[in-house]
Ligand binder design. Sequence first.
Ligand SMILES: [Zn+2]
Length: 371
Amino acid sequence: MHHSTHDLLSPVPGITRQLHSFHFGPRGGTKVYIQASLHADELPGMLVAWHLKRRLAELEQQGRLRSEIILVPVANPVGLEQVLLDAPLGRFELQSGENFNRKFVDLSDSIGDQVEQHLSQDPAHNVALIREYLRRGLDAHPAQTPLQSLRLTLQRLACDADLVLDLHCDFEAVEHLYTTPEAWPQVEPLARYLGAQASLLATDSGGQSFDECFSLVWWQLQQRFGKRYPIPLGNCSVTVELRGQADVSHELASKDCQAILDYLTYKGVVEGACAPLPALPRPATPLAAVEPVHTPLGGLLVYHAKPGEHVQAGQLIAEVIDPLNDRVTPIRNSQPGLLYARSVRRMATAGMVIAHVAGEQVVRSGYLLAN
Ligand SMILES: [Zn+2]
């Protein structure tokens, strides 16, 4: 194992920040990048990463790693220290109000312009070429704020990886994941090993999130040059949602760690016999078929449906109670599906999204992510 530290742009004199990456296995072949807690108050992944760190060190000692695996267990030291009046605030940077998992650098156009004259009919050559220009482009990209410095450091570490796993969680949720329809055939075994209750697919959900900043470059270059040159999708990225924020336990983390190692064994990154593939809990569905269930009014939020429940159209998801005028407002979903996540708050504000239901019919378009 090799431990690297990466200096982040210091916000003020007297403060230094570093990102730590742990590198296992030999370089060459399939490169895997795994990070946890980019949203710093989403900690189940950090515990999974710590389990992985120890297991990967053992596997490396046994000579069972065939290629490089980079692990970043604490992907967001900036957000981790944002605790305000006893409340951790790890999703948005307090300085800018920006979501930590948005606005990663999009180099598709500039890389397309630079590689066009060097592309060939050899797909392997094109992959190596695009990766080289990705590394160069990100190295040359300036970081003007501590937030950009964090994003760029993470993006540089992962930009030439074949496989990127970004470990997150929801508020209260069952295990689910986000990836692209193009990557789904590769990701499906991971969904089986993890037991993902929902697998939500979108090519471009509109936020330039960490997973999509890698998959979209290849997709866009393929759209631009695919008729003239063979451009494989050189990256497969997945955002894995490890249940809810409070689901931090060794029992769950060791299970998720084993599922990821089973997948890496299946992919040939870890040497060994593949664990049998479990059944897929639920077919993948479009992210655009997710219904965010809103409450039109504020009040005390009393749930009637739990994460993991299959709900019918018009089912009672929650009641919103105004204890002053005794108004009880039932909140119902409009399409059937799996309620995979709900809020952790119990005082709803008017207009708030209280739950997400993964349906099968497309009901949304445009920007598909939460804030
Ligand atoms: Zn997250």
